[in-house]
Write a protein that binds this ligand. Structure first.
Ligand code: VG1
Ligand code: CO
Length: 548
């Protein structure tokens, strides 16, 4: 039967008006995604906008949350109807965001569709998401996501192939209409990539010795990857990987690797002396939290430490072209870059802004304060890569995490840093607060704040050094005359109400007091921003929901 007879054109009564991608793709409640034609509408728009779809290769997979397999079925049938030549997906549909980025690149795909709401909870009452990545393996740039959104607002229908979805139970080759479908093991290629970057013999010797590692996969996508890496190839004892089986609702948890949501792991490391190293990743495997014995590594410091120690890893032994950090990330990496004599870029929040710099070879490492670190090996942040990088550094230096961090501060100074999140506040209250401070910015320069003077007050805008594109409205900054700063942003990944993020930073040079508690060191800034922005009063919250 000719393929055209199998393609069904489905008419939409009304186009959806709420499919604007946020910081990281389209993220909505699972319930909303279950609305008839909702997923299909967004996928149709993406398949129409992304160049090279007809006759191209497409990678599809996800973090295993509720709806993952069904969505892969729908996307496969739509891809076939749009003339995709080959679809690559994985057993069980399990594919971490970094592994997807690698597959897109290594298989020459024109794009990837990653099914994940990242660190947001999953399940029927949780969230679902769709991320569209381009041929470079990275999140589609704003020009593409804006175009996809524009198509969704006037869409009158979509094309889909009738038929049964292919089985994801085993690796194999299938056909869907005229489209070839490859189901492969989603872990293998990624593991090979890691073996090329790090010294597995050396890390293996560490993990087979007295050094004790605890890794928490949070019942999300990294379980199979971490088990193969740590307990398989690197010889760590069984049980090293906790919560290693991906579950559709992440076991009811919130797969966000921070001190609040990964508190069991945090308690193991911070309140006992059993483990030397602890790490966790988020729902889709692109975030990482690093813990040493009685030592929490702030993600901004983590980027700085990796930058300073990069040449200890075989994959980076030749040195770094440059580094980049998102604007709200502390300037700890900047100080290291200056010492190394390499450029350091400051981009808006979201991994898509690193893509051009990586593609142009201007940076090798990059990171965000939100537990994201990565490099030019792919075009997404990479949780397990960061864990392996830390293990590589510890294996070579032969000292505990706390020593690595302490020595780092003694050399470069310490950026006291904290992020305060006020989650799920009423949208009106959040926007009212934000717009009020934004309106005050022009009059804030030169005024007193937390015993310092405000040198600059602005709304961060970024001109991409590679393509010249301008992105504005990326966060309200109060830059103080002693190098401290406070930044306010509204989250672009939440699905309930609005989330206000307050980023606080203060620098102490080597020789100063490097051993304070961050909340105390930042105390004056915390009080001053609460007064200025009327945070407690306007949110009705006595304290943040998450403090990092
Ligand atoms: C958050 C983080 C940001 C990160 C984004 C996606 O965005 O702050 O740094 O890039 O999540 O991470 P927002 O807009 O909520 O602050 V993930 O792990 O969802 O791909
Ligand atoms: Co993520």
């Amino acid at each position: 039967m000719p393929m055209s007879t199998l393609v069904r054109q489905v008419a939409l009564e009304h186009p959806f008006q709420d499919q604007k991608p946020g910081t990281s793709g389209l993220r909505k409640s699972t319930r909303q995604f279950a609305t008839p034609h909702y997923l299909e509408s967004f996928v149709e728009a993406a398949l129409r906008v992304v160049p090279g779809i007809e006759g191209g290769t497409l990678v599809v997979g996800g973090d295993g949350r509720h709806g993952n397999r069904e969505a892969i079925g729908v996307i496969s049938r739509m891809a076939a109807a749009h003339g995709v030549a080959r679809l690559i997906t994985t057993t069980g549909g399990i594919l971490s965001t970094p592994a997807a980025s690698h597959l897109i690149r290594s298989r020459g795909a024109v794009a990837g569709i990653i099914l994940s709401a990242s660190h947001n909870p999953g399940g029927p009452d949780g969230d679902f998401g769709v991320k569209v990545n381009g041929a470079n393996g990275g999140p589609a740039p704003e020009s593409v996501t804006d175009a996809i959104y524009a198509v969704t607002t006037s869409l009158d229908g979509y094309r889909i192939l009738d038929g049964d979805p292919i089985s994801l139970d085993h690796p194999g080759e299938h056909c869907l209409g005229e489209m070839a479908v490859t189901v492969l093991d989603g872990v293998e290629d990624y593991v090979t990539l890691m073996q090329g970057l790090f010294d597995f013999d050396r890390i293996g010797a560490l993990l087979r010795g007295n050094f004790r590692l605890a890794f928490d996969a949070m019942h999300a996508v990294t379980g199979p990857y971490a088990t193969r890496l740590f307990e398989g190839l690197l010889g760590a004892p069984a049980g090293t990987v906790r919560n290693g089986v991906p579950l559709e609702d992440f076991g009811g948890g919130h797969p966000d690797p921070n001190l609040t949501y990964a508190h069991e792991l945090a308690a193991l490391l911070l309140e006992s002396d059993v483990y030397d190293f602890g790490a966790a990743c988020d729902g889709d495997g692109d975030r990482n939290m690093i813990l040493g014995r009685r030592c929490f590594v702030n993600p901004s410091d983590s980027l700085a430490v990796l930058t300073a120690n990069a040449t200890l890893a075989p994959g980076y032994s030749g040195g770094l072209a440059g580094v980049a950090r998102s604007m709200p990330t502390s300037a700890a990496a900047d100080v290291v870059a200056r010492a190394l004599g390499i450029p350091c870029f400051e981009t808006p929040t979201g991994w898509k802004f690193f893509g051009n710099l990586l593609d142009a070879g201007r940076i090798t490492l990059c990171g965000e304060e939100s537990f994201g670190t990565g490099s030019n090996h792919i075009r997404e942040k990479d949780g397990l890569w960061a864990v392996l990088f830390w293990l590589q550094i510890l294996a070579v230096r032969g000292c505990p995490v706390s020593t690595v961090i302490g020595e780092h501060w003694h050399t470069y100074g310490r950026h006291y840093y904290s992020r305060h999140d006020y989650e799920a506040i009423a949208s009106d209250a959040a926007h009212g607060l934000y717009d009020r401070v934004k309106g005050m910015l022009p009059s804030l320069g030169g005024s007193r704040f937390a015993g310092r003077t405000i040198a600059t007050a602005d709304d961060f805008a970024y001109t991409d050094p590679v393509d010249g594109s301008l992105t504005s409205g990326q966060g309200l900054r109060l830059l103080l005359d002693d190098g401290s700063r406070v930044v306010l942003r509204l989250s672009g990944t939440g699905t309930q109400g609005a989330t206000l993020r307050v980023y606080l930073e203060s620098f102490v040079a080597p020789g100063g007091d490097l051993a304070q508690d961050p909340q105390q060191a930042l105390g004056a800034l915390i009080t001053a921003i609460d007064d200025l922005a009327e945070i407690r009063q306007r949110t009705g919250m006595e304290r943040p929901t998450v403090i990092t």
